[in-house]
Write a protein that binds this ligand. Structure first.
Ligand SMILES: [Zn+2]
Length: 124
């Protein structure tokens, strides 16, 4: 049964949180800040292959909310890539997954830590 949940659940924090062009010194005007929840939509949808629906379920938010976050995240990625801006991932309205929740399946890097054998397949 869905409960109202204010915080966007994030199942994996970025290991690195600063990205940008390697061949030039950047100045402070060329900075973009991506929030951790925006990063999570990119990770789930673009890397793990989630639909927006699945992503919404895993993050405990509405699909329309995911859509908004995702669009913004993509815009920031594009701006960094195209305009050579430094992208920093920090902040946002999120809480880190404790790995104990049923809504977590594939793509959760806190779920079932330390046990690798016998993967029963997706979703569980
Ligand atoms: Zn999780």
């Amino acid at each position: 049964m869905p409960r109202p949940m204010k915080w966007r659940k994030v199942c994996r924090l970025p290991e690195r949180n600063k990205f940008g062009p390697l061949d030039s010194a950047s100045n402070d005007q060329d900075q973009i800040n991506m929030t951790v929840d925006e990063y999570e939509t990119i990770r789930l949808i673009d890397l793990e292959g989630f639909t927006q629906e699945e992503c919404a379920k895993q993050m405990n938010i509405a699909r329309t909310t995911v859509q908004g976050i995702y669009v913004e995240a993509r815009r920031k990625l594009a701006e960094s890539l195209v305009n050579g801006k430094v992208l920093t991932i920090t902040g946002g309205e999120y809480r880190l997954c404790d790995g104990l929740e049923n809504s977590c399946g594939r793509g959760c890097h806190r779920h079932g830590r330390g046990r690798r054998a016998g993967n029963k397949g997706r979703g569980d």
